[in-house]
Design a protein around this ligand. Structure first.
Ligand SMILES: Nc1ncnc2c1ncn2[C@@H]1O[C@H](COP(=O)(O)OP(=O)(O)OP(=O)(O)O)[C@@H](O)[C@H]1O
Length: 336
């Protein structure tokens, strides 16, 4: 488990003092994929670089699996870093070395013998689907393949933690999906904890279990991805969702003059696939008009969210939320 306690980072330049992190506390569970999202300059890179102390906090502590890494000596820190893999936005491969030599590089630094290095490198190249490309140079590969090399290199030393710094930001949408599927696969097969930073909600939705939203060096919202997507509380989260086409407030444009009470209904998991609404509206004798709707998948869980106007007998309309809640639907009453 990773525990971050009251992390602060202040950069002072002659022109200005910048509080990149202004008191961040987080817990990240072993085996989860944890996403950190925020706008440019929010503090994401500073935060992720504290998990392997590429950046030292001005204040606060970082504990990983019970070990306080902020208290390690330089020699201990070098050893610790071998147990943390990192994947970068621009891959950071050595252009004059072949794929296999890039993957062997961290193994050599860890003092592994040459034959073992090659064996391990072949194992991780197979894991990322690049066995046939072992003897090519990075420039002979596509961006997605180069990132696979970056991932293989990060996995070479069998890390306990994988850090991904905007790992898909330089890739096209299709390649992004294939790299995200690879990360999911690695997380499941190896049980590896992954912490990633991104400015894209789509990345969070595709792979993360939990998410923290950072703004101006502060975590403004943190929770299960499904809950944060369906019930964003903070304005920054809401606007990031809006920009990725998941606008929780779109119903307002069409609700003018609509009769009846307004409800936002959130379905997740099995209830998404049931013909629940038509059954309940038939039983209660109420009519529903849909003002906004979205359905999709968050990681493996199907979800749906509808904003509806409810019309009918007053007592039947009043009972609707209670009946739906009993079926596991989250109902919020909305006001124009
Ligand atoms: N080495 C540095 N010296 C001075 N200021 C810095 C330094 N590194 C980061 N900052 C400042 O700290 C703040 C947070 O930067 P950081 O790079 O962590 O944000 P970010 O969310 O990763 O942004 P981006 O998405 O653009 O990479 C910014 O205001 C930035 O200008």
């Amino acid at each position: 488990m990773i525990v971050l306690e009251n992390l602060r980072k202040t950069y002072a330049t002659p022109e200005r003092v910048s509080h990149a992190l202004a008191g961040v506390s987080l817990r990240i569970e072993r085996g989860e994929i944890f996403g950190i999202i925020g706008r440019s300059g929010a503090g994401k890179s500073t935060l992720i670089r504290m998990l392997n102390l590429l950046e030292r906090p001005t204040e606060g502590r970082v504990e990983i699996d019970g070990q306080e890494i902020t208290a390690l000596s330089e020699a201990e820190l070098r050893r610790f870093r071998q147990s943390v893999g990192m994947v970068f936005q621009h891959f950071n491969l050595l252009s004059s070395r072949t794929v296999i030599d890039n993957v062997c590089f961290p193994l050599r630094l860890a003092g592994m013998g040459r034959r073992e290095q090659r064996e391990r490198a072949h194992e991780v190249l197979a894991l990322v689907g690049l066995s046939e490309h072992a003897h090519k140079y990075p420039r002979q590969l596509s961006g997605g393949q180069q990132q696979r090399v970056g991932i293989a290199r990060a996995l070479a030393n069998k890390p306990r933690l994988l850090l991904c710094d905007e790992a898909t930001s330089a890739l096209d949408p299709e390649t992004t999906q294939s790299i995200l599927r690879l990360l999911l696969d690695i997380n499941r097969r190896l049980g590896l904890t992954i912490v990633l930073i991104t400015h894209g909600m789509d990345v969070i939705r595709a792979v993360c279990d939990r998410v923290a939203v950072i703004d101006a060096g502060v975590i403004v919202e943190c929770g299960d991805v499904l809950d944060v997507f369906l019930h964003p509380r903070h304005g920054v989260t809401q606007s990031l969702l809006f920009e990725s086409g998941l606008d929780a407030e779109g119903w307002r444009d069409v609700a003018q003059g609509v009769q009846g009470s307004l409800l936002r209904l959130s379905f997740k998991g099995a209830s998404t696939l049931q013909p629940l609404l038509s059954r309940v509206s038939r039983d209660l004798g109420v009519d529903l008009s849909i003002l906004q709707g979205s359905v999709g998948r968050i990681k493996d869980t199907p979800y749906g969210q509808l904003v509806v106007a409810v019309q009918g007998q007053a007592d039947a309309c009043a009972r609707l939320p209670e009946v739906l809640r009993a079926e596991g639907v989250v109902c919020e009453e909305l006001h124009q």
